[in-house]
Write a protein that binds this ligand. Structure first.
Ligand code: XMP
Ligand code: MG
Length: 178
């Protein structure tokens, strides 16, 4: 697995530090609110598991799985729900947890979909953002790191379902996916 990685972009140490910072900020901002954190499967699972242990206020979790069609390294913009929430979010303060915001198409869909369910608020926390690739004007409320426009894997992010278990964020060698 390690041989397929060109370069380590973010180390375990950098990830840990940033997640603690985000958790502290979220704990402060959501104090006294009815927080429900929604993990977008599958990529956001390691991030959400680490993040919720840095959130020091009462909260709930739920999961949603969405997919754009195909297994390419590009988002198609056509999003479908593979697994919906188990619980209603009416009057709750929703925080969507994403692994990465790339074109922004997935996030736009999620925001529109969840906002229509009468939540008190809907915000977004993404671990990574590829700002230069944004096609749609959606801005995450909380963000770990801005990364350059390269295909990354690890810490939940996959290529064809592999590499999610790497404990760091790495750039995949182009020969692996081309
Ligand atoms: P959009 O373009 O809709 O993309 O913002 C969001 C989804 O696309 C996937 N994605 C990646 N997955 N390495 C990955 O493993 C990447 O560099 C990458 N860029 C986008 C990801 O599933 C994300 O939720
Ligand atoms: Mg993926």
């Amino acid at each position: 697995m390690k041989n397929d990685i060109k370069e380590i972009l973010l180390t375990e140490e950098q990830i840990k530090t940033k997640v603690a910072e985000l958790g502290a900020q979220i704990s402060k901002d959501y104090k006294g609110k009815d927080l429900i954190v929604i993990c977008i499967l599958k990529g956001a699972t390691p991030f959400m598991a680490d993040l919720i242990r840095e959130i020091k206020i009462p909260m709930a979790i739920d999961f949603m799985a969405v997919s754009s069609y195909g297994v390419s390294t590009q988002s198609s913009g056509v999003v479908r729900i593979l697994k919906d929430l188990d619980t209603g979010i009416e009057n709750k303060d929703v925080l969507i947890i994403e692994d990465i915001v790339d074109s922004g198409l997935t996030l736009k869909y999620l925001l529109e979909n969840l906002s229509s369910r009468k939540a008190n608020s809907v915000k977004v926390c993404t671990f990574l953002e590829k700002t230069e690739r944004r096609e749609i004007n959606v801005i995450p409320d909380y963000k770990g790191y801005d990364i350059p426009n390269e295909f990354v894997v690890g810490y939940g992010l996959d290529f064809a379902e592999k590499y999610r278990n790497l404990p760091y964020i790495g750039v995949l060698k182009p020969e692996i996916y081309s």
